[in-house]
Design a protein around this ligand. Structure first.
Ligand SMILES: [Zn+2]
Length: 72
């Protein structure tokens, strides 16, 4: 495969809105109401992406609310 552009999904950081390739972001999911770092980005739970530890700290407090939207 010699393609120049690997097809990588782009996600934006939940804190600073910077857009980066998914694999350059940290994915966090909620497990039993606790934020868990989804290192392999393959957990089925709803996830939030951040670009850095700082950004994670910025959204940490609102993460549970962000990830537990009511389903109708
Ligand atoms: Zn960020």
């Amino acid at each position: 495969m010699a393609g120049k552009t690997a097809h990588t999904p782009i996600r934006s950081c939940k804190s600073c809105r910077k857009k980066l390739a998914k694999n350059q972001l940290q994915r966090w999911v909620l497990e039993n109401n606790e934020p868990v770092h989804d290192e392999n980005q393959n957990m089925s739970a709803r996830g939030a992406y951040v670009c850095s530890d700082d950004c994670y700290n910025n959204i940490k407090a609102s993460l549970p609310r962000m990830l537990t939207r009511r389903r109708v």
